[in-house]
Design a protein around this ligand. Structure first.
Ligand code: SF4
Ligand code: SF4
Ligand code: FES
Length: 269
């Protein structure tokens, strides 16, 4: 839905400093604008191309030259802060890491993440994620654990992958359990299965988070579609290395008859 097409001439004239290295006809962007309760829809902007530009460059150009009240969230422009998440041509991606020349020719759509409540334009309210985060018990070593910790390299490598998470929440956005089924209250989501896995696999951690992950975290709702893994900008193997091992641990504990007998007889978890 177009609510207002900005005059093409405002968006086509290369501006001093913005057009250096520009080449070819203007790029057409359809960018979502609106706030809850008011008219919302895509607005068309034409942006002069610059060699090597990313989608965030185009949004900044629009803010500077055409539409100063277009809202977006960003901080690092280096794919490290996780702030500039959006849906580009329908795919959850970081605006600062998406090069224009990697996209197919034609109009480029930029919309806010669908799985989170809209605040304004490209900015969504991701605070629910921090509430989920608070429900997961933090790293807890044994009280008498000598420090500094001595940890084997192999254990360190395994949890290091999970520590690369930049909390962009693109995986939460793409996951159908949150995006289409709205099970925010019953499902932690892939980012937090990554966090649970990083703690559960930490050799010095002593807290058991598996039962809570199975019940209040809704681990069983995940049907391993791997969509979360496909969009992760840090290339974390969310399903293979975090979710599936957690599911295996839950299955071992709950459905392995020998473990069930051992639990009954010995009271072990
Ligand atoms: S693999 Fe599981 S957590 Fe990841 S997107 Fe699919 S259902 Fe969601
Ligand atoms: S796991 Fe990947 S996609 Fe999910 S929040 Fe972390 S960095 Fe983003
Ligand atoms: S601006 Fe920091 S990740 Fe894009």
């Amino acid at each position: 839905m177009a609510i207002a097409e900005r005059p093409a001439e405002r968006g086509t004239a290369p501006q001093p400093g913005a057009g250096s290295g520009s080449d070819g006809p203007p790029l057409e962007f359809h960018v979502f604008k609106g706030i809850p309760g008011e008219e919302q829809g895509d607005v068309t902007y034409r942006v002069p191309p610059v060699t090597g530009m990313v989608v965030l460059d185009a949004i900044h150009w629009i803010q500077k030259h055409v539409d100063t009240d277009l809202a977006c969230r960003w901080n690092c422009k280096a794919a490290k802060c996780g702030s500039c998440s959006a849906e580009i041509n329908g795919m959850p991606r970081l605006m600062c890491k998406t090069r224009i020349d990697d996209l197919p020719e034609g109009p480029i759509t930029v919309r806010p993440m669908k799985a989170f409540p809209l605040i304004k334009d490209l900015v969504t309210d991701v605070s629910h994620n921090y509430e989920v985060n608070r429900r997961i018990p933090q790293f807890t070593p044994a009280a008498d654990e000598p420090t500094p910790f001595v940890i084997k390299d192999i254990d360190l490598e395994r949890i290091y992958e999970f520590r690369k998470c930049i909390e962009c929440f693109l995986c939460q956005d793409v996951c159908h359990v949150l995006r289409s089924h709205d099970l925010q209250e019953q499902f932690y989501g892939p980012r937090f299965f990554v966090r649970v896995a990083s703690l559960e696999m930490h050799p010095k951690d002593t807290v058991d988070r598996l039962e809570a992950t199975r019940t209040e975290g809704g681990l069983g709702y995940c049907n391993i579609t791997k969509c979360c893994t496909e969009v992760c900008p840090e290339h974390i193997h969310i399903t293979d290395n975090a979710i599936i091992p957690l599911k295996e641990r839950v299955a071992d504990r709950h459905w392995d008859p020998l473990r069930a007998v051992s639990r009954l007889l010995l009271g072990r978890r």
